[in-house]
Write a protein that binds this ligand. Structure first.
Ligand code: AMP
Ligand code: MG
Length: 364
């Protein structure tokens, strides 16, 4: 018997090693263009067909969400719903749109209207339906056209909802200039959906990144994931964040879509009351545990501006924030500090959200 056991032993060892290799976790990444931006899904998982299938399914979900939520691609569900709304009749809200529409309306109210998913006509007037060539020169819309649009009525305050026993959720608007545009929240929502799907597929360590808006799960083996935050001017990063388990990092910046006129930058994050690009901040990063909230919040805080962003953060229940003012001044909230590594040469000051006035003390 003994000699047979010895003969088998190397074979068993070889098989165990092979099995071990098959199960070894590796960093794997796939990229694609979705929602007008680069989507990158990175996982730390065994290299096998189950992981490949999970990644492919994730990209299919991103395509589906894009198809539902595009505000102006003619056959997208949202584009058709916008057209139906323009009849100014009561129309049923398609089932696909309901969860995010209701969540967006709730967050719009919580943000005191700074995040408003009803500004589609304003975005169109400013020419930000498509991303302009970076740094392109062109003129802003003439002020009288902006005033006329504001007078006609934009924003979700012009959207009425009611439950109909037969048709379910119904919507109506009193203005032909309400066009729903979920550009400030749909990426976060898509990230949350894909993360839930990856978790169901057994993936425990991942980064789902849509153009710098991302959610992180687990870790990269023994080390945390490190997430770079883009510097709003020039190349490179302004800071890095070390994740602690599941965490979302969302950024709104004036460098994403903009044009230049007479040396001034006009960007795509619009103030619902002035009808013009929001002033004072050039980048806002929000760290939360869900990307849908983080996406709406980063836009809302950007619009709220240098004086009001802490109040809006409190109202939205967001406590980890990094803000860059147009002067270059960087602010960090105390809750974000322990996770943050500033890039060499970057100085930040701490802004306590509960303090009624700015507290200027250097970040550690
Ligand atoms: P984000 O990059 O997430 O801040 O989203 C910016 C996009 O959201 C813009 O390209 C517009 O489509 C849309 N948008 C612009 N201003 C607002 C606003 N105040 N509230 C909600 N969505 C907005
Ligand atoms: Mg946003």
């Amino acid at each position: 018997m003994k000699p047979r056991v010895f003969a088998l032993l190397p074979l068993l060892l070889f098989a165990a090693l092979l099995g071990g290799c098959r199960q070894a976790q590796q960093v794997q990444s796939q990229q694609g263009l979705v929602m007008g931006t680069l989507a990158t899904i990175t996982v730390y998982a065994p290299r096998n067909t189950a992981t490949d299938a999970a990644l492919q399914a994730a990209f299919r979900t991103l395509d589906e969400i894009n198809h539902i939520w595009h505000p102006w691609t003619p056959d997208a569900t949202l584009a058709r719903f916008n057209q139906a709304l323009h009849t100014r009749q009561w129309v049923p809200v398609p089932a696909d749109l309901q969860p995010l529409l209701l969540e967006a309306l709730r967050l719009s109210r919580a943000s005191r209207g700074n995040f408003d998913p009803g500004l589609g006509e304003l975005t169109a007037l400013w020419g930000f339906r498509e991303a302009p060539e970076p740094g392109i020169e062109r003129a802003p819309p003439i002020p009288s056209r902006i005033t006329a649009l504001l007078r006609q009525g934009i924003g979700v305050k012009h959207l009425q909802l009611r439950r109909d026993p037969q048709h379910g959720l119904m919507a109506r608007t009193d203005t032909p200039t309400l066009t729903l545009d979920f550009g400030a929240i749909a990426k976060g929502y898509a990230v949350d959906r894909v993360v839930a799907q990856l978790e169901r597929a057994g993936i425990e360590n991942a980064i789902v990144n849509l153009g710098g808006n991302l959610r992180v799960l687990g870790s990269k083996g023994d080390s945390p994931w490190r997430i770079g935050i883009r510097a709003p001017r020039g190349d490179g990063t302004i800071a890095a964040i070390r994740n602690q388990g599941d965490m979302s990092v969302l950024t709104s910046g004036d460098y994403e879509r903009y044009f230049i006129h007479q040396g001034q930058r006009f960007h795509h994050i619009l103030h619902p009351r002035s009808g013009a690009p929001a002033r004072g901040l050039i980048s806002v990063t929000v760290v939360t545990d869900n990307a849908t909230l983080g996406d709406a919040a980063s836009t809302a805080l950007f619009v709220a501006g240098p004086r009001q962003w802490p109040q809006v953060a409190r109202a939205l229940g967001v406590d980890k924030v990094l803000v860059v003012e147009d002067s270059g001044q960087v602010w960090v909230t105390p809750a974000l500090q322990p996770l943050l590594e500033l890039a060499p040469g970057v100085r930040a000051q701490v802004r306590d959200l509960s303090a009624p006035r700015q507290t200027k003390r250097p970040a550690a």
